[in-house]
Write a protein that binds this ligand. Structure first.
Ligand code: TYD
Length: 135
């Protein structure tokens, strides 16, 4: 799996007249073992998610339905990626501040994560994140 410069990973997808089938396997499509799966859904118009970074956690985000913006900030560079294609995943490494916004109606954000939930792994304060990332 080689992410593009934007962090986008082309997911293996079988396409035929019956529809598309996309699959993700640890070790082949992902550099980490999947420890947790969660998904954001029924996100109200105008709602924003994220607003944090992780010390160790790595994640792959997939817009399995609809679309939304992911704003990534590594402490130096900020970039915005609009996810809209279920056959592409966005790899977010550790120590990257992320915000998710501009969800379309019925959008679903699937997240494959390298660790189980641990609040101690979060930076929820941007200034604290900036200090840590520049260290
Ligand atoms: P958070 O990661 O801040 O979600 P978002 O960035 O989408 O707003 O988590 C929101 C709340 O949900 C927080 O109280 C922790 C809880 N949570 C879990 O209990 N388990 C999980 O796997 C996740 C992702 C969150």
């Amino acid at each position: 799996m080689q992410p593009s410069s934007e962090g986008l990973v082309e997911l293996r997808t079988l396409r035929d007249v019956r529809g598309n089938l996309t699959f993700i396997e640890s070790g082949q499509d992902l550099s980490f073992a999947i420890e947790r799966v969660y998904f954001l859904h029924s996100v109200p118009e105008g709602s924003e998610r994220g607003g944090h970074a992780h010390k160790e956690l790595k994640q792959l985000l997939v817009a399995v339905c609809g679309s939304f913006d992911v704003i990534l900030n590594d402490g130096t560079v900020t970039k915005t990626i609009r996810l809209s294609d279920p056959s592409k995943g966005l790899l977010i490494e550790s120590m990257v501040w992320r915000e998710l916004k501009n969800f379309t109606d019925q959008a679903v954000c699937l997240v494959l994560a390298s660790e189980q939930y641990d609040e101690a792994d979060y930076f929820r304060n941007y200034d604290e994140f900036l200090i840590a990332v520049k260290d």
